[in-house]
Design a protein around this ligand. Sequence first.
Ligand code: AMP
Length: 115
Amino acid sequence: MADTIFTKIINKEIPASIVYETDTVLAFKDINPKAPVHILIIPKLNIDRIQNFDTINHPDLLAHLVEAAQKIATDFNLAESGYRLVINNGDNGGQEVNHLHIHLLGGRKMTWPPG
Ligand code: AMP
């Protein structure tokens, strides 16, 4: 799997505003936020997209990502007001960075359907 800019963030080669970190998961503020709170939650393992997530060999990783989202939402006072989790996959999904990431968006009322 090719490295991306997120690999550099994981390796602390470029700066990011990190809000959560464990052995397996990193979360940092999106550089171009689409909401008052916009956090990217990523596995440290280099997985390019959710479609290629090997759930058999990494059964705990998705749970770790969800746990991160829950904790971050609580930390940013979004647990009650609500928030949105988004995973873009591939071209039509609007994915620009080929390292699996969950967008956590909050702090405003989301609209539906998404564009
Ligand atoms: P996606 O379109 O789902 O691949 O989302 C990629 C996201 O990464 C976009 O929302 C970008 O603003 C964000 N992004 C790209 N480079 C950086 C960076 N160096 N630090 C933080 N966020 C970034």
